[in-house]
Design a protein around this ligand. Structure first.
Ligand code: TYM
Length: 337
């Protein structure tokens, strides 16, 4: 069975971009693959977080996964800081990562512009921790949105470099890390801001262009109906010239689980007004029951904590096994247990 992992930062309210680009496709994989998802709280503190908010949002991300149908009997769900090997391997992998490589990361460049008074070492080394998250778990594929592709590429580079370093010239030596692949959804990999379709929809930008999963349904419908389109009148999929319309088509298609072609044919001969209303109806119909389940799940933190503990217990076994192999390869004296 293919092994899959992905994570979400509890750094804001999850957006429709997180849902369509990550949570929905990730949940759908639980029947065909061995899936592990985690709440990346170690990553979240690379930007200042209010402690009470961080704690609440950590539970919220877990609750969203479950509300969207993740089955904790099949999938592993855990909090990153509950599996200390992530930070430990991150340290070791720092020594296999070049400053120049990290300087090229677009997310680092964007975030250091947005948080110019706090360009901390953690923000810079963020992709190394992400590599550790993945490499500890012998992962084949990492389902993510487009903005994370570069982080998966550097993970591959780090894994290959480490593997080569400890196998070169040593006959029969086996590589430690499985080199993972990025897995992007066909549609929805980059949901765009409704007001500024040139940019991605971001949970850190609170405005008319971002839809939050927990948002009031009427507000969601209103935001979709006032999405920026263009001066034309035809509902056509053309990302270059019709970014706003194409974005709404992707939102509609992924929400309804249909192809872009079928989505386009639903609006043959229809105007933008009808089109936007249909997109709004589709999103509201999808999120309404999900929000209700989310609210129920958030009422019982003990139950959520138990699910997360079970997930961490399982993840710790796998993570510690890989970490022990890495430490042995590096030449650390093994601790007596
Ligand atoms: P994060 O928390 O920013 O986003 C979580 C997931 O949502 C996807 N996403 C989007 N997809 C489509 N359209 C959008 N507008 C959009 N915005 C966000 C992201 O691509 C991501 O899949 N570094 C990661 C968290 C992480 C991780 C990992 C992921 C930490 N360790 C290991 C995979 C494997 C992040 O910040 O995601």
């Amino acid at each position: 069975m293919k092994k899959i992992i992905s994570g979400i930062q509890p750094s804001g309210r999850p957006s429709l971009g997180n849902y369509l680009g990550a949570i929905k496709p990730q949940v759908s994989m639980q029947n065909e693959a061995d899936v592990t998802y985690f709440i990346a709280d170690l990553h979240a503190i690379t930007v200042r977080q209010e402690p009470a908010d961080l704690k609440r949002r950590t539970f919220e991300v877990a609750a969203w996964y479950l509300a969207c149908g993740l089955n904790p009997e099949k999938a592993t769900l855990f909090i990153q800081s509950h599996v200390p090997a992530h930070a430990q391997l991150g340290w070791i992998l720092n020594t296999f990562t070049q400053m120049g490589e990290l300087e090229r990361m677009t997310q680092y460049k964007d975030k250091s512009k947005r948080h110019s008074s706090n360009i901390n070492v953690g923000l810079f080394g963020y992709p190394v921790l992400q590599a550790a998250d993945i490499l500890l778990h012998d992962i084949d594929a990492v389902p993510v949105g487009e903005d994370q592709k570069q982080h998966i590429e550097i993970t591959r580079d780090i894994a290959t470099r480490f593997n080569n370093h400890y196998t070169a010239g040593k006959e029969g030596a086996k590589p430690i890390f499985v080199v993972p692949e990025a897995m992007l959804p066909k549609a929805g990999a980059r949901v765009r801001d409704l007001q500024n379709p040139e940019s991605k929809m971001s949970k850190s930008i609170d405005g008319k262009g971002t839809i939050f999963m927990e948002e009031d349904l009427k507000t969601i419908a209103k935001k979709i109906k006032s999405a920026v389109t263009d001066s034309g009148s035809e509902v056509i999929y053309d990302k270059e010239n019709k970014a706003g319309v194409s974005n709404l088509l992707e939102i509609y298609a992924v929400t309804k689980g249909m192809s872009i072609e079928n989505a386009v044919s639903d609006f043959n001969g229809k105007g933008y007004g009808d089109f936007k209303s249909a997109v709004a109806d589709a999103v509201v119909a999808e999120l309404e029951p999900t929000q209700a389940r989310f609210k129920e799940l958030m009422k019982d933190k003990t139950e959520l904590s138990m699910i997360l503990k079970k997930g961490a217990d399982k993840a710790n076994i796998q993570a510690e096994r890989t970490l022990a192999k890495v430490m042995k390869k590096v030449g650390f004296v093994p601790p007596i247990v």
